[in-house]
Design a protein around this ligand. Structure first.
Ligand code: LLP
Length: 402
């Protein structure tokens, strides 16, 4: 398993300073390989859901691995094109966006999944049968690690609810729409393979209404382990179930199968290195304050997510329990009551699984700088984003009158 050694992380912290995001490209390659190996022999294409991590060096790396890319905004589309993806390898799965963005996506020639009857009607009026398009459907399936990251259930804003099929078909007829893809994405951190099987069932039930289909897009959401002993999506089992289902269907067997993994590709490649500023002993806990906060890694505060933390400066220290917190001006807890080898001021604490939705969801709240990003590929170490600075905080603000 591709992994960076503590000594190397220590060295990178010394070289680039902290807080620092480090991405291990070898791990990305390994994850992608797992997918292509499991699905070998099927007509499957993986679109990397780049919302997880959009650094253009990561995008370029993923492109060179052979993956396509899935985008969640027109700017992600532009970043993907900038990184060198040809338009036909770019997918824009939209959600509640303005029609202007859809028109722009068409002008860029990328694949589009439309998620509302309203935008589909506008699309039909403007493009009719001329531009092939996909439909983002809501399958009414509850799945995912927590409600905030569940997207396919019957109270979710995402997609065209499948129960609106009649209206949808009427629109397609009215505008002679050219529907080539059906898409669902039920959530993130889906461990249970049966969720995908259920989703396939929902799509297979309506397939015959879409004679021009070329692909079925089952979205992303493969689970990776965050905790010790945490399970993950069984990718070989998923591949087997998908192959069985598609192989047994007279129409679907000719279709291409698309997936949009984000976390699976980049979560485990990421290490977030912080330094301990202050240790504060109190009756409630020993607080370890690091030089970061939810401004840099929001997942623990936003989703109650668990990230393993390692003390790479004192691995042999006696175990103690700590509250690991940030330096932001409100409750900012990374981990409560976490056992770690004794932590001292100046020690380096590293958060694992920091590649997906880490830097990407960071902000400069409290006017703190955003971390630098470094990519390690074999023996090559490359700074891929500079730490932000004071000029960045001022950028875009209208200068004060003298
Ligand atoms: N496709 C679509 C249409 C999506 O909305 C998403 C994620 C993905 C693919 C990729 O899902 P993944 O394979 O990464 O689970 N910020 C949250 C995750 C939000 C995911 C939103 N959509 C987190 O940090 O857990």
């Amino acid at each position: 398993m591709a992994q960076l050694a503590p000594e190397q992380l220590t060295q990178l912290a010394a070289q680039f300073g902290t807080p620092l995001y480090v991405y291990h490209a070898d791990k990305i390659r390994e994850q992608y390989k797992q997918l292509t190996t499991a699905f070998n022999g099927s007509n499957v294409v993986f679109f990397y859901a780049c919302k997880a991590l959009t650094n253009i060096h990561i995008l370029r790396f993923v492109r060179d691995l052979g993956a396509n890319v899935d985008c969640s905004s027109i700017n992600e589309v532009k970043l993907a094109l900038h990184a060198g993806f040809p338009a036909q390898r770019v997918l824009y799965t939209s959600n509640g966006i303005s029609f202007d963005e859809i028109e722009e996506a068409v002008s860029l020639g990328v694949n589009i999944n439309i998620d509302s009857l309203s935008n589909l009607a506008k699309f039909g009026k403007r493009f009719g049968h001329n531009y092939p398009v996909g439909l983002r459907l809501r399958p009414n399936i509850m799945a995912g690690g927590n409600l905030k990251i569940s997207t396919g259930h019957d109270k979710s804003k995402f997609g065209i609810p499948v129960e609106q099929l009649e209206e949808l078909l009427a629109l397609i007829r009215e505008h002679n729409l050219h529907i080539t893809n059906l898409h669902i994405h039920t959530g993130s951190e889906i461990k249970d393979v049966e969720v995908f099987v259920k989703g396939i069932g929902v799509l297979f039930d309506i397939l015959h209404h879409f004679p021009e289909l070329r692909s079925i897009d089952l979205g992303g959401g493969f689970k990776v382990p965050y905790k010790e002993g945490d399970g993950a999506t069984d990718i070989p089992l998923l591949a087997q179930k998908v192959k069985e289902a598609f192989g047994a269907h007279p129409v679907a067997q000719a279709l291409q199968i698309w997936f949009e993994p984000g976390k699976f590709i980049v979560s485990e490649c990421g290490y977030f290195i912080t330094s301990v500023n202050v240790i504060k002993e109190t009756a409630a806990a020993i607080f370890v304050s690091v030089n970061s906060g939810f401004n840099h890694l929001i997942r623990p505060m936003f989703y109650d997510s668990f990230h393993r933390i390692i003390n790479i400066s004192n691995p042999q220290g006696p175990a103690k329990n700590y509250a690991v917190v940030g330096n932001i001006c409100e409750t900012d807890t990374f981990a409560w009551d976490r056992e770690l080898p004794e932590v001292r001021e100046g020690d380096l604490l590293v958060f694992l699984n920091a590649g997906a939705y880490g830097f990407e969801m960071s902000s400069s709240f409290n006017s703190r700088y955003k971390p630098a990003e470094v990519m390690v590929n074999g023996d090559e170490v490359k700074l891929i984003r500079e730490r932000s600075n004071f000029e960045d905080l001022l950028r875009g603000q209208v200068p004060l009158a003298p």
